[in-house]
Design a protein around this ligand. Structure first.
Ligand SMILES: O=C(O)[C@@H](CO)OP(=O)(O)O
Ligand SMILES: [Mg+2]
Length: 400
């Protein structure tokens, strides 16, 4: 094994034009890895802490870099334990989860480089690379990702019948294009939100019609099954004081929200519903999962924040049947793997995910293949999204 000789950190741009942390890791045998932290807008209350990029870099240089130099790059657990020890808190509030995750990913890539193996194989082992995740492609969105658009944050194309990852990726792009056609036919102008999805000024009810129509057109064209799903990001809709979900002038109680979502699952045959309820309401999640969990994925993002403690509570209460995995929500690849393994042991599906603020970093494509994840959520169009989708296509083509 080869030791880390140098860790360098810098500020680079993310897709929103905000500064984020990029890390380079060099090893004594010449291995090199680079990782960059993404950034959320609809962040969960219980996520690890992202510090301003400059502050995070300064703290990591002072506390983490000296501990990392001399570590074995290929011993990911030891690298990530050194990051945790350097930070000294549960939520990375000292050095920032942004520096932590950038370094964690860069170290894994440096180790893969030394081995001459693709990253997914270094992380997942020799038998990975046979199964590929289904990409969930954001085609219409609003919420915290676009003002004056839908209340529901993301409408996601789910090409569940695609015979290959490449056909799935292109099908999502075709649905994105078909949504533009349908909106145009209705005379609705649409800008794009943070993740490149269309952000039209229409009601949620009309967005369901538009997406259903676009999916049907592409399904006819490609000849395999395409369904769709949602990220409701309901913690952003929930008002603690009013104890209700707020949709503009209308509100829904928790019971009404469960009723509403269960109805949508059946009406639109939804394949996937992320965060349909508030991040503190395990009981309401459990009620909805009990009603529709046999025919759709009920996924916890803000609910679980890639955290094994929160996932354990979800498993004990039957709150969901799937978990979104975002390495920067928890701070290291080791922590993200722990969440995936706990999920898999308990029959939960895993969905590896991007953030709304992204970079060209492709680690999550490898992570999805390495962990045998059923799905990956990483947008549809836009350079920072296609970076991951194209990397998936390359992995499937054995070209990484
Ligand atoms: O809620 C989400 O799932 C993500 C990514 O789509 O958004 P953000 O990164 O803003 O939390
Ligand atoms: Mg989400």
């Amino acid at each position: 094994m080869t030791r880390i000789t140098r860790v360098s950190l810098r500020r680079v741009l993310d897709s929103r034009g905000n500064p984020t942390v990029e890390a380079d890791v060099l090893t004594e045998s010449g291995g090199f890895g680079r990782g960059a932290a993404p950034s959320g807008a609809s962040t969960g209350e219980y996520e690890a802490i992202e510090l301003p990029a400059s502050e995070s870099i300064a703290k990591a240089r002072e506390h983490a870099v000296p501990r990392l130099e001399g570590q074995y790059a290929g011993d990911q657990r030891a690298v990530d334990a050194a990051l945790r020890a350097a930070d000294g808190t549960d939520d990375f509030s000292n050095i920032g989860a942004n520096s932590a995750v950038a370094i964690s990913m860069a170290a894994a890539k440096a180790a893969a480089d030394v081995l001459g193996a693709p990253l997914y194989q270094h992380l997942g082992g020799a038998f990975r690379g046979e199964n590929f995740p289904i990409p969930l492609g954001n085609v219409v969105g609003g919420g915290e990702h676009a003002k004056e658009a839908t209340h529901i944050q993301e409408f996601l194309s789910a090409p569940v019948g695609a015979p290959s990852v490449s056909e799935a990726v292109f099908a999502n792009a075709a649905v994105h294009a078909a949504v533009a056609d349908v909106l145009d036919e209705r005379g609705v102008p649409a800008a794009k939100g943070d993740e490149g999805a269309w952000a039209p000024p229409i009601s949620d009810a009309e967005a369901f019609e538009v997406v259903e129509e676009a999916v049907a057109r592409v399904e006819d064209d490609v000849g395999f099954e395409i369904r769709f799903g949602l990220d409701m990001a309901a913690a952003e809709l929930y008002d603690d004081d009013r104890e209700a979900y707020v949709y503009g002038d209308e509100t829904k109680s928790a019971g009404e929200q469960i009723e509403y979502v269960a109805g949508l699952v059946d009406e639109y045959d939804l394949a996937y519903v992320e965060d349909p309820l508030d991040e503190n309401d395990y009981a309401a999640f459990a009620e909805l999962t009990d009603r529709v969990g046999d025919r759709t994925l009920i996924c916890g993002d803000d609910l679980f924040v890639t955290n094994v403690e929160r996932l354990r509570e979800g498993i004990e209460t039957d709150a969901a049947n799937s978990i979104l995995i975002k390495p920067n929500q928890i701070g290291t690849l080791s922590d993200a793997f722990d969440a995936v393994e706990l999920a898999a042991r308990n029959g939960y599906e895993t969905i590896i995910s991007h953030r709304s603020g992204e970079t060209e970093d492709t680690t999550i494509a490898h992570l999805a293949v390495a962990t045998d994840a059923g799905f990956i959520k990483t947008g549809t169009v836009g350079g920072e999204r296609t970076a991951k989708l194209n990397e998936l296509v390359r992995i499937a083509d054995d070209a990484v």
